[in-house]
Design a protein. Structure first.
Length: 98
């Protein structure tokens, strides 16, 4: 197990070093900047999808989907962030209560 941890640590260090070794023109390239802007959005979307639609190894449709829909509606209406979170939680809780 410790060998796996050491290998993973070395790989992480190597990846970090490789990122620091990238020449400046590559970092300023239009495509690189665009990808760096979009990667966090894609990761957040994937995290939301996994948390809403997955239960272990199964795909489920339950109150979490209704909460996500409520959050989407509130975001379209430009509600403040805390209102969006509270509205999504309330929608999911009410559906679970029913």
């Amino acid at each position: 197990m410790w060998a796996g941890i050491a290998i993973a640590a070395a790989c992480c260090y190597g990846l970090k070093y490789a990122g620091l070794s990238v020449p400046e023109p590559v970092l300023r390239h239009r495509l690189t900047v665009r990808a760096a802007d979009l990667i966090p959005v894609a990761l957040l979307g994937a995290l939301i999808a996994v948390q809403v639609f997955a239960d272990g190894q199964r795909v489920v449709l339950d109150a979490r989907l209704f909460g996500l829909a409520a959050a989407f509606v509130l975001l379209v209406l430009r509600a403040p962030f805390l209102v969006v979170v509270a509205g999504a939680a309330l929608a999911a809780a009410l559906l679970r209560l029913a």
